[in-house]
Ligand binder design. Structure first.
Ligand code: PMV
Length: 320
């Protein structure tokens, strides 16, 4: 039977950067993210022995580049002796542009493939399978604020706070369209091998995680803002200190960060974070969203602005 799942990307507030075991895709650090509500990937998976081979269709186009990664994930979910699969993926936001599309894609893929293969795994097991394909994807199995733990041999995620219990908004400034120059797996390895700041990054992560966890438990926006911006800039410092340097930002990225600083100086509850790409994600309180949107909208180089609330984890949806 075909199965369809939907998953939302998540945005890390305390970042995952670096692998402890690249073979099993185990992260070198824990991380904390927020799962979005309004950006999503819908994934339909059907195993069919009449097919001669796996077929991946992304946003209505056959895609061979991503197929090997998808196939490895399907083998993990349904077993290497599975039937060939037809996989249809659609996202309502730009993919491979630093918006965590691989997180929503692999979270949706494991949920759909597990159901299509009749396996019936629980969320924890599905998160572990998603995390083996893309570390951050494990967090998209959960909604609200999710923490990916860095311990043991299995990828483990906990929900720290449901979306409805702290309804923040995320406003994304698209500062460049098109694919990013270097994927996160390759970039993490360059950082691990060459950045003089990498070991300090690993050492300091537990204290950033504790600070963020406490801020979330207390719903303390200012404390969360401070540790999240610090952690983001530290991750990018690790990248900038790598050889060759890994620089995902452009001049508009910096203008957006400056705009957030300006809003903060006016008392607006907002902070920025940036992942492996040039887009700037501003997290703000619901009442401040329009101020953030107008500040980004006033920057000439911002190509688009997306906004979302916080949402739930990946789930199966009806086929209609
Ligand atoms: O899950 P990956 O391999 O795409 O790595 C994600 C890395 C960051 O987005 C930069 C940080 C994070 O925790 O999501």
């Amino acid at each position: 039977m075909p199965a369809i799942a939907r998953a939302q990307p998540n945005i890390a507030l305390i970042k995952y950067w670096g692998k402890r075991d690249s073979h099993r895709n185990l992260p070198a650090v824990g991380s904390i993210s927020v799962t979005l509500a309004d950006l999503f990937t819908t994934m339909r998976v059907e195993f069919d022995d009449a097919l001669s081979d796996d077929l991946l269709i992304v946003n209505a186009c056959v895609n061979e580049d991503m197929l090997p990664r998808i196939q490895r994930c399907l083998d993990n979910v349904a077993g290497a002796r599975r039937h060939p699969a037809r996989i249809d993926s659609e996202s309502n936001f730009p993919i491979a542009a630093g918006l965590a599309s691989s997180a929503s894609a692999f979270a949706a893929l494991v949920v759909a493939a597990d159901a299509a293969a009749g396996m019936g795994r629980d969320t924890a097991r599905l998160a572990s399978l998603a995390g083996s394909a893309s570390g951050s994807a494990a967090r998209s199995l959960y909604g609200g604020f999710a923490e990916l733990e860095n311990s043991g041999d299995e990828i483990k995620v906990n929900c720290l706070c449901n979306a409805a219990d702290w309804p923040l908004r995320v406003v994304v400034a698209i500062t460049a369209t098109g694919p990013k120059p270097l994927g996160s797996t390759a970039a993490m390895e360059i950082s691990r091998k060459t950045s003089p700041f990498y070991s300090r990054w690993i050492e300091q992560q537990p204290q950033d995680l504790t600070e963020a966890r406490n801020a979330i438990a207390a719903r303390d926006f200012a404390k969360l803002a401070s540790v999240a911006e610090h952690n983001c800039l530290k991750m990018h410092s690790v990248m900038w200190g790598s050889r060759p340097p890994i620089v995902y930002w452009n001049s508009v990225t910096l203008e957006c960060m400056q705009a957030v600083r300006e809003l903060q100086s006016q008392g607006v509850a907002v902070f920025f974070t940036i992942d492996a790409g040039p887009q700037v994600k501003a997290i703000c309180e619901v009442a401040d969203e329009s101020k953030v949107r107008s500040a980004f909208g006033a920057i000439g180089g911002v190509a688009d602005i997306l906004a979302s609330g916080l949402g739930g984890g990946a789930s199966l949806i009806d086929d209609d």
